[in-house]
Design a protein around this ligand. Structure first.
Ligand SMILES: *[C@@H]1O[C@H](CO)[C@@H](O)[C@H](O)[C@H]1NC(C)=O
Ligand SMILES: *[C@@H]1O[C@H](CO)[C@@H](O)[C@H](O)[C@H]1NC(C)=O
Ligand SMILES: *[C@@H]1O[C@H](CO)[C@@H](O)[C@H](O)[C@H]1NC(C)=O
Ligand SMILES: *[C@@H]1O[C@H](CO)[C@@H](O)[C@H](O)[C@H]1NC(C)=O
Ligand SMILES: *[C@@H]1O[C@H](CO)[C@@H](O)[C@H](O)[C@H]1NC(C)=O
Length: 385
């Protein structure tokens, strides 16, 4: 018992001594470890800095050749910035979308070979009955156009992967005829199309529109025009100036008030003006409500104030108002004959780049779904595609 106690007591002593020794050496050890880690860490950083330099050089060589992408962020090339979004769906709301779409390069010359495209923007409730005719129109001209479709939000299109309309629906909202929601849908189309930096011209179309000429002619006509085709005129009378509201002054005076077709073709500069607008939008929203049809006045008036020298003041889309009423004539199966097109092509002259021209319309409306079959039959002969 005593010896055990002794042993314990003896045992106690060395432990205590050890502890005292340890507590003396511990800070020293820690310092040694710390220095070791410091040196190691420093070494590793230097090595990795050299490695990264090496790998980044290698990385540049991989881009465009290998489908393998390194997990760390790749070096950006100009292609990263100019490549159009691979998917048109996004979850930006309109505020975010318009803001993003308003980005404009300040240096005007492109440091790469830019092939400018025409954005064809379809505003429809849902189906596109003229799609087979458009498919034929676009065939063989890949790289010179892009397509955007705005529908009711509940509508899902069913185009096959082979179609030019496949996955071209943009996030949409309800658009009501003659109301600001219609202009908002048009701005949404423009904003989505602006996200592709290659889009230079923007054409607004409906499901009842058809092309009147082949793609080569349409592309040449639009790309060589000095002006954008926004219909815009000063109309005396109840359906023109009569829709003006005095509360818009002095931002919009009566003499600035314009009317024109909803169906426009504009260039990139004007498209940006439309998406970035915060001056005219609230005014038109409040003071242009039915019987003021805002889609006939808002962009027309705003652009006539801001950039009158860039407007042709006429629309490229043929329409027949001769039957009277609030809506233009709709043409069906029985109307589609060669004479129908002769009537559109002949007997009209207009100004193109300040010169008289007999080619005034590139598109026509309104065509009923029943017109499709005779159109497909006549188009090689009459429309040139
Ligand atoms: C979009 O989201 C932003 C941020 O949440 C918000 O400030 C803005 O009001 C939203 N805009 C619309 C049109 O809902
Ligand atoms: C459309 O598609 C989405 C997602 O695929 C689905 O959730 C929705 O129910 C569909 N709507 C209709 C009207 O078919
Ligand atoms: C409208 O008229 C006022 C007063 O004459 C003028 O100050 C203003 O600049 C005009 N607005 C436009 C858009 O020309
Ligand atoms: C279009 O109309 C504006 C006035 O609103 C005018 O300044 C411009 O010169 C016209 N454009 C053409 C091509 O005539
Ligand atoms: C387009 O139409 C014009 C005139 O009709 C014709 O000369 C030209 O060859 C056509 N282009 C194509 C690619 O079919």
């Amino acid at each position: 018992m005593q010896s055990r106690l002794m042993a314990l007591e003896e045992g106690k002593n060395p432990t205590t001594t050890l502890r005292t020794n340890q507590s003396r050496t511990l800070p020293l050890r820690l310092l040694q470890w710390f220095s070791l880690f410091l040196v190691l860490g420093f070494g590793v950083s230097i090595v990795s800095m050299y490695m990264i330099r090496y790998f980044k050089v290698a990385n540049v060589a991989w881009i465009g050749q290998s489908p393998l992408r390194p997990c760390f962020e790749e070096l950006r090339t100009i292609e990263n910035w100019i490549r159009p979004p691979s998917n048109l769906l996004h979850i930006m709301n309109d505020t975010e979308l318009l803001w993003r779409a308003s980005f404009v390069p300040r240096i005007k010359s492109y440091p790469y070979e830019r092939v400018p495209k025409i954005a064809f923007m379809f505003l429809t409730k849902g189906p596109l009955p003229m799609a087979p005719l458009w498919e034929r129109f676009f065939k063989g001209h890949e790289g010179l156009y892009s397509i955007y479709v705005h529908t009711l939000p509940s509508y899902n299109d069913s185009f096959s992967p082979a179609s030019v309309f496949y996955k071209r629906q943009i996030p949409s909202q309800v658009a009501e005829w003659g109301r600001m929601s219609m202009c908002d849908a048009e701005r949404r189309l423009l904003a989505n199309a602006l996200l592709d930096i290659s889009n230079e011209w923007f054409v607004l179309l409906s499901e009842a529109c058809i092309p009147l000429h082949n793609f080569s002619i349409v592309y040449r006509y639009i790309s060589r025009s000095r002006y954008s085709f926004m219909g815009s005129f000063d109309e005396i009378g109840p359906y023109g100036r009569g829709r003006y509201n005095q509360n818009m002054a002095p931002t919009v005076n009566l003499s600035d008030w314009r009317k024109g077709s909803q169906w426009f073709e504009i260039n990139r500069e004007l498209a940006v003006k439309i998406v970035e607008d915060t001056t005219y939008h609230p005014l038109f929203k409040e003071f242009c409500q039915p019987a003021c049809y805002v889609d006939e006045h808002y962009f027309q008036t705003m652009l006539s104030i801001q950039t009158p020298h860039l407007l042709a003041n006429r629309s490229l889309t043929y329409v027949d108002w001769s039957r009277g009423g609030a809506h233009p004539a709709t043409f069906g199966k029985a109307d589609i004959k060669e004479e129908f097109f002769q009537k559109i092509f002949e007997g009209k002259t207009c100004l193109y780049n300040n010169q008289p021209s007999s080619l005034c319309f590139l598109f026509a409306r309104k065509l009923a779904p029943s017109a499709l079959d005779p159109l497909l039959e006549l188009s090689p002969k009459v429309l040139g595609f």
